[in-house]
Design a protein around this ligand. Sequence first.
Ligand SMILES: NC(=O)c1ccc[n+]([C@@H]2O[C@H](COP(=O)([O-])OP(=O)(O)OC[C@H]3O[C@@H](n4cnc5c(N)ncnc54)[C@H](O)[C@@H]3O)[C@@H](O)[C@H]2O)c1
Ligand SMILES: N[C@H](CO)Cc1c[nH]c[nH+]1
Ligand SMILES: [Zn+2]
Length: 426
Amino acid sequence: MKTIVNPERSEWPELLKRPQFDVSDLHEKVQAVLTDIRQTGDAALRKYTQKFDGVDLEEFKVSDEEMNAAEKQVSSELKEAIQLTSANIEKFHAAQKPEIKKIETVPGVTCWQKAVAIEKVGLYTPGGTAPLFSTVLMLAIPARIAGCKEIVLCTPPGKDGKIHPAILFAAKIAGVKNMFKLGGVQAIGAMAYGTESVPKVNKIFGPGNQFVTAAKQLVSMNDVAIDMPAGPSEVMVIADESANPAFVASDLLSQAEHGADSQVILLANSQMLVHEIREQITIQLEYLPRKEVAKKSLENSLAIILKSQQDTLDMINEYAPEHLILCTEDYSKLAEKVVNAGSVFLGNFTPESAGDYASGTNHTLPTNGWAKTYSGVNLDSFMKKITFQELTPEGLKKIGPSIEIMAAEELLEAHKNAVSLRLKKI
Ligand SMILES: NC(=O)c1ccc[n+]([C@@H]2O[C@H](COP(=O)([O-])OP(=O)(O)OC[C@H]3O[C@@H](n4cnc5c(N)ncnc54)[C@H](O)[C@@H]3O)[C@@H](O)[C@H]2O)c1
Ligand SMILES: N[C@H](CO)Cc1c[nH]c[nH+]1
Ligand SMILES: [Zn+2]
């Protein structure tokens, strides 16, 4: 992790770039796999599951026996933790249900919008290097609360053709019935086009590696909607003298351990503080099973010393982090001015892991600066809104003449007639 002191604003764009990997032929390769899946369905899924996951699968669908067997393999402590987490995710997302508000824009003209669940959704849970069963809960619980009729879940099989029991248990708790052993591009292609064994969906959700992200982008051009670009995890921590260096180090490491392509950024107000946090990183790193992954990610990462509060705020909003942790004396004031971030964590006792697992907020969040325009997954992501309107004759009399004038000016005589004919009958 390099330290940079008071960089010039002109240097910020280069400094704040996410790690770049050579993806020049990525889209071409991913497109070839997608085309094969579209044309040959399950046969292609079999071929690429063998090639990329190293396993021959006859059946992709997870059976009821597998689901039930998993329940016995999960410890009671883990089951309790999953149940507590699920209850909190449920509480937080159920509270997001929109109310129908009927608005009378002028007397006799009533308009309202109704949120309706997307009928068929596809959820992806990464499983390449870590069994992210928490992602099952983050996606499947809001999908169920929204009322999605068909929920399809894909996650990669291990070399033994099995899925981690905690992923299966989480899926069961969340009410998922249609689950498939498919990872990477195979999963995204199958859900986007449908195959003999996998149903086609209307919208695909979930994070994943560069292959998953590229496949989601490609299928979203013509075939299916997607939630957002959710790529390699990242965190930005803002610290001053009130921050606990050990806590800050643990938060930086918690996102660094996700993948070699993750990025963590520390914004501090003194060299001394950066030094203390670095010391803690060195100590804590030694105990991490994923130390090598975290070390690689720290090579993509930065400690930046900024003296001015305004610079700190501007840098947060310029970087638009997936996760933002504010460990400063005046964190409430600072939080109010944040306009670009996926999820914000306030104070010394709010670790980013709380949002990853158990507080109730969603951990599927926009990365790579997309927090400037996208929200994280929430109940709305699983719904679309239909508008309704009803006019009385009195209402049509009020707005009809304006419609006639505008339609005529746009040279759309049929539009005008639709009003004029009715006005003559009132
Ligand atoms: N932003 C978020 O909300 C969020 C949440 C959790 C995880 N993540 C990110 O998700 C990612 C998880 O990645 P992962 O790799 O562990 O799991 P993954 O499930 O995304 O990918 C595994 C799949 O990649 C495919 N694959 C591997 N090598 C390939 C190749 N050479 N060509 C084509 N396909 C190939 C395989 O089919 C495999 O099943 C990490 O980058 C992590 O940071 C992001
Ligand atoms: N931090 C990840 C999102 O960037 C989500 C996650 C899942 N498990 C642990 N963490
Ligand atoms: Zn995490």
